[in-house]
Design a protein around this ligand. Structure first.
Ligand SMILES: [Cu+2]
Length: 149
């Protein structure tokens, strides 16, 4: 319940951001999932899910945009990738452990998506994908992409 309330509040924040706080290089038509201070903000969210969920089709390229003012990562959970799909993460790391290690030690930019930057990934295998922003994991900055045929 508490998390739902938080998501609703984050949604309200997005409306404000779209009203004029996004830099000139990022318009809402250029991305699918925004990133606010402690949350991924997919559009549209699937009602009834605990985790912000974005729906895509096989072959779709999903674009995340850092619409906030803090650094974020988009990092797949190793066990949150369906069978047959490649591991994925901002920074292009080959495993969750490599992504976490890079973040902790600032290797290759640490996989950071800076404010006003975007990250994109093309989903070629159907299934449920779970991901996290490493620096804000404890704040519950998690997301899910559901890919269907
Ligand atoms: Cu974050």
């Amino acid at each position: 319940m508490q998390r739902r309330a938080f998501l609703a509040a984050a949604g309200a924040g997005v409306t404000g951001a779209l009203a004029g706080c996004i830099g000139p290089s990022l318009s809402s038509s250029e991305y699918d999932i925004g990133m606010q201070s402690n949350a991924f903000v997919p559009e549209p969210a699937v009602k009834g899910n605990d985790v912000p969920t974005f729906e895509a089709s096989v072959g779709d390229t999903v674009v995340w945009a850092n619409t906030g003012s803090r650094n974020h990562t988009v990092t797949a959970y190793e066990d949150g990738v369906p069978e047959g799909a490649d591991y994925w993460a901002s920074g292009g790391f080959e495993s969750e452990q490599a992504a976490r290690n890079a973040w902790e030690n600032s290797i290759n930019g640490g996989g950071i998506v800076q404010p006003s930057e975007t990250y994109e990934h093309t989903f070629d295998v159907a299934g449920d994908y779970y991901y996290v922003c490493i620096p804000h994991e404890s704040a519950g900055m998690l997301g899910k992409v559901v890919v269907t045929e």
